[in-house]
Design a protein around this ligand. Structure first.
Ligand SMILES: [Zn+2]
Length: 321
């Protein structure tokens, strides 16, 4: 091999490179250029700059003591992927004037709600509806599905929610019917939103081919968490990706309840996880991985992230420090 070509690949020898470069015949220069281009596109795709998606995490009010810690943890989980930058918008405290809480939703690819509190101003609600309708991504985490019981558009975005006076007027219950082998809706009277004792439980995937779920084990053990049950709402345009059995022994519903969902609202994609009550629940590798993948999916409609090697199995739960 021509020694000058070898020198061309040695980036510590820039001076030698330029010196030799002048002596290389033209066809060799073009050969080098093509090799470089090929290498950039074929050998080292990861070295190319990737689009970084902007996420806005909303908190400020939540009936969970770890709200602020949760926002910081989720920001880190998302940024750890190298795909996202995340900012946190904190609303005024409960009972304070909300008129000036006006996040610029349209500046972000994804809004992640860690918010469960007072109603937003009409302007902010209208801006939020417009953002999702026009294709903005939304991720709804745990108690964010308790928020805004009377805001119809928001309830269509989350599909189902709980507490805050929700009942049959909010929409049907949604659960997995074992005999029918599919999700069913139930319009029977009753309150929306409940949970039994916190405990570890198995999450079962129902849509193995959905990009968020693809490659994950069909069943995996989730860390100690609240298992939300009897949520109800419009339940339109909802795909339940994963469920968990809410056992009567743990004071649950005795039904197989939705845990992870995707929805569509206008052009906007939504990922709704009912998981994530406490810090120890959010440290579950299953929670982290599905949050990361769900956020990518709402931003792009695809998932490119690999499954982490420490993902839990049916019998062995896994948590990050
Ligand atoms: Zn909770």
């Amino acid at each position: 091999m021509d020694s000058r070509i070898i020198r061309l690949t040695n980036f510590n020898s820039i001076q030698v490179y330029f010196f030799d470069f002048m002596k290389i015949p033209k066809f060799q220069i073009s050969l080098f250029a093509w090799t470089l281009i090929l290498c950039l596109f074929v050998c080292d795709v990861n070295a190319l700059p990737r689009k970084i998606y902007k996420v806005l995490i909303i908190d400020g009010q939540n009936n969970h003591r770890n709200m602020a810690e949760g926002s910081v943890m989720m920001k880190k989980f998302l940024e750890d992927t190298g795909m996202f930058t995340a900012e946190i918008a904190t609303s005024p405290k409960k009972g304070e004037n909300m008129e000036n809480f006006k996040p610029e939703f349209s500046n972000y690819d994804v809004v992640l709600s860690n918010y469960n509190g007072d109603s937003w101003s009409e302007d902010t609600k209208v801006a939020f509806e417009k953002y999702v309708k026009n294709g903005g991504g939304l991720v709804v985490v745990h108690a964010a599905d308790n928020a805004f019981p009377k805001w119809l558009a928001y309830n269509k975005m989350i599909g189902i929610g709980g507490w805050e006076g929700r009942n049959e007027k909010s929409g049907p219950y949604l659960y997995f019917d074992k005999e029918k082998g599919k999700m069913v809706k139930d319009t029977i009277k009753g309150l929306g939103g409940s949970h039994g004792h916190q405990h570890e439980f198995v999450v079962t995937i129902r849509e193995a081919n959905h990009p968020i779920m693809k490659g994950l084990p069909t069943e995996w053990l989730h860390q100690k968490d609240e298992l939300y049950d009897r949520l109800r709402g419009p339940a339109e345009n909802v795909t339940v990706l994963a469920t968990a059995y809410s056992s009567v022994e743990q004071k649950g519903s005795g039904r197989i309840e939705p845990m992870l969902m995707t929805l569509q609202y206008g052009k906007g994609r939504i990922f709704h996880t009912t998981l994530g009550h406490e810090n120890y629940s959010q440290k579950c590798v299953g929670f982290i991985t599905t949050l990361q993948r769900g956020t990518e999916w709402v931003a792009t409609g695809k998932v490119t992230q690999p499954i982490p090697k420490d993902f839990p199995t049916k019998t062995k739960g896994r948590a990050r420090p």
